[in-house]
Design a protein around this ligand. Structure first.
Ligand code: ZN
Length: 301
């Protein structure tokens, strides 16, 4: 297992137009696996989504947040991942125990589990009121490839994306990581060609990370011999920011009638967080308070 912390390294190439993010995410993905008891193929799918969304988050400014949502046509159901500018990432899949037969080369068939034609959406809450939202139908069911397609189509930003998760025989995550390279319009073709060549020669990311290669070394392999400089580094970690207050607001959304029903039938309510499985309990007295607050609010408006 790689013995360094998960992180994202950001670099700029030559004319400072091309941006390259390389992430190692082994601990992040392993934490998600343990939390959600995911099957190997679900671990691989969720891990790719966590890594790439983590990178998208790292590109944001303080206080901003990105959500990746995949409504799968395959058996995984749905994948939901959120990340912020601090490298804090959380996510889950709706069918964590899914099994699909491996590919002919014995690798996990993530594409099959996600499914061609799945709906992928990216919502960026930039703190400016209405969030920015983009949406595509996934041409392959491959999270990284289709995310590059999303960037080109929805953000007019030609990009290359890759992500890999190496799952061991007993299901544990041995290595995970990914990269996103943005090559905006106007990038000299020889730079794009060089990077494309390097990508085609690059061994699978999960193998490189398993061998102990760092994001800095992988950046070098992706960009050499182009001149580039590393401009930033961020830690990447699994972090859920749910709270009792958020759980209370979720309950409020149920409305008076349903809350009164809960009170009469159960005498309490439970709200569990799908990102970290934490359970928030609201007893008889709190439930009555909520009903009262809800009806006051309605009266005010
Ligand atoms: Zn939570």
């Amino acid at each position: 297992m790689a013995n360094y912390e998960d992180k994202i390294v950001c670099s700029l190439v030559e004319d400072e137009r091309v941006v390259v993010y390389v992430a190692s995410s082994t601990s992040l993905v392993e934490e998600a696996r343990v939390l959600h008891h995911t099957s190997p193929v679900a671990t691989a799918a969720l891990g790719r989504a966590l890594t790439l969304t983590g990178i998208m988050g790292a590109a944001l400014k303080e206080g901003q947040r990105v959500t990746l949502h995949i409504n799968c046509r395959g058996p995984l159901g749905a994948i939901l991942v959120q990340a912020n500018s601090r490298g804090e990432v959380r996510g889950y899949v709706s069918q964590p125990l899914v099994f699909v037969p491996p590919r002919e080369d014995k690798k996990l068939n993530v594409e099959e589990a996600v499914g061609k034609g799945s709906q992928l959406s990216v919502v960026k809450d930039l703190g400016l009121g209405e969030p920015y939202a983009g949406y595509i139908e996934m041409p392959r069911g491959s999270i990284a490839y289709d995310l590059a397609y999303y960037f080109a189509l929805s953000e007019q930003l030609p990009s290359a994306c890759s992500a890999g998760v190496y799952v061991g025989e007993t299901g544990e995550v041995l290595s995970a990581g990914g990269f996103i390279i943005h090559t905006p319009a106007g990038t000299p073709p020889q730079i794009i060609e060089k990077i494309e060549d390097n990508i085609s020669l690059l061994p699978p990311l999960s193998s490189l990370l398993w061998e102990g290669k760092t994001p800095e070394e992988i950046t070098g392999a992706l960009l050499s011999p182009l001149p580039y400089r590393i401009v930033g580094e961020k830690k990447l970690c699994y972090h859920c920011y749910c709270s009792r207050e958020r759980a209370r607001r979720t309950l409020m959304l149920l409305g008076r009638e349903e809350l009164e029903e809960l009170l009469a039938e159960e005498g309490r309510a439970e709200v569990s967080c799908p990102f970290c499985n934490r359970v928030y309990l609201f007893g008889d007295r709190e439930l009555r308070e909520l009903i009262e607050q809800g009806s006051n609010r309605r009266f005010d408006s």
